[in-house]
Design a protein around this ligand. Structure first.
Ligand code: AMP
Length: 373
């Protein structure tokens, strides 16, 4: 599926392209179509799955298409922490940049002046933590009677953090007629009760949390600048001479480029990605499986459909945007009790992505010195 096939319209497609996101994540595939139909959603998904875009994009699209915008706030996104609120706000900023949709974010622990100033300038989407929202509502800065879309994000964490009373005070202030998108990483009884009390015939969407990496995979990271990645790859392949290595590239263009560089260095490899014919992909795969070539370069989408067990090494030439993708990528090595190895090339700009991955898998990847490669 592409974002276009999911029904996303031009200004948002353009923004997605700017971010380099060409395929939706599984949760986006499941949630975007019903959300665009204005259905309620019960979403079971963790951070790292692309869930923010799964609710933000449909809301931006609805509001953008609504020719008769009212004055008040049209969408409310409630989230438990300041960090999440800022992340969601950044996400709206990115995806709404080619629309006229205005948004702002409010959270506690800081002075309210800048927030109330922003609210006076009229906003379409408000991202808020519960305490500050109630505070500003009480003071008369915020009215929720024009809300058409309501998101409750990380509901389980809201409950853990003791926000249930705040939520119960906010809910009655929302209009009855609205779309509600409810997201939670887990579904304990209290969350199930809360969700069934506020959702109407919800569509349930779910992605299983993939955060665990098997112990048989040895993982390391090289901190290397973008320009140094080519040489590092050549050195590694020449020195280690692995029988089977899958190199991941974020883009099709990048995959072809790596193949050309390796070819020049005398290392036989082939690239597989969406722009190659089915035949070319099949040949590459057969050559790889029969050990005619030891290096296969793939994009994430192309790699999804291929089944190769017993990979000796996975190289993340580029770091994936979605942390879960890292787990999927490296899960292709170290199968069936064999030991496997995963090496990740991390440039300066990619450090935040590495940080997200480490958070997801719950450990810091040991660094290897460049000279030792
Ligand atoms: P989230 O689960 O919403 O915290 O998102 C995790 C990360 O995935 C964020 O850094 C997003 O920018 C990124 N992301 C979201 N959707 C996509 C996509 N379709 N393709 C690539 N990266 C994405």
């Amino acid at each position: 599926m592409t974002f276009k096939e999911l029904g996303i319209i031009e200004p948002i497609l353009k923004a997605l392209l700017d971010k380099g996101y060409d395929v939706p994540t599984p949760i986006q595939n499941q949630a975007i179509p019903p959300a665009l139909r204005k259905q309620d959603i019960l979403g079971l998904a963790q951070t790292g799955t692309g869930k923010t875009a799964a609710f933000v994009i449909p809301i931006i699209q609805h509001l953008h298409r609504d020719n008769n915008p009212c004055k008040g706030i049209r969408a409310l996104i409630l989230t438990p922490t300041r960090e999440l609120a800022i992340q969601i706000s950044d996400c709206i900023h990115d995806y709404a940049k080619y629309t006229a949709i205005r948004h702002t974010v409010i959270f506690g622990g800081v002075k309210q002046q800048a927030q109330t100033d922003a609210l006076r300038r009229n906003v379409d989407i408000l991202v808020a933590t519960p305490g500050r929202l109630l505070d500003l509502m009480k003071q008369g800065y915020i009215k929720l009677d024009t809300i058409q879309h309501f998101v409750l994000d990380e509901a389980d964490r809201m409950l853990d953090m003791g926000f249930i009373h705040d939520i119960n005070r906010i809910l009655p202030k929302l209009p009855k007629e609205k779309q509600t998108l409810f997201f939670s990483a887990t579904m304990p009884a209290a969350i199930a009760t809360l969700s069934s009390s506020i959702l109407h015939h919800p569509v349930r969407v779910e992605v299983s949390p993939t955060s665990s990496v098997v112990d048989t995979i040895k993982q390391n990271v090289y901190f290397v600048e973008k320009e140094g990645k080519k040489n590092l790859l050549i050195q590694l392949l020449k020195k280690q001479r692995p029988q089977s290595v899958l190199v991941f590239s974020r883009t099709k263009y990048g995959a072809d480029k790596i193949a050309r560089i390796l070819c020049k260095a005398g290392i036989g490899s082939q690239a597989i990605h969406g722009n190659k014919s089915q035949n070319a992909r099949q040949t590459a795969l057969t050559d790889f499986k029969s050990n005619k070539i030891s290096v296969l370069i793939a994009t994430d989408i192309a790699a999804r459909g291929i089944d190769i067990d017993q990979l000796e090494l996975v190289i993340n030439y580029d770091i994936p945007n979605v942390p879960e993708t890292y787990v999927h990528r490296i899960g292709r090595t170290g199968r069936a009790g064999n030991t496997g190895m995963a090496l990740t090339f991390c440039s300066q700009e990619e450090r935040p992505l590495l940080h997200d991955i480490q958070k997801l898998i719950g450990k810091t990847l040991p660094m290897l010195p460049l000279s030792a490669s």
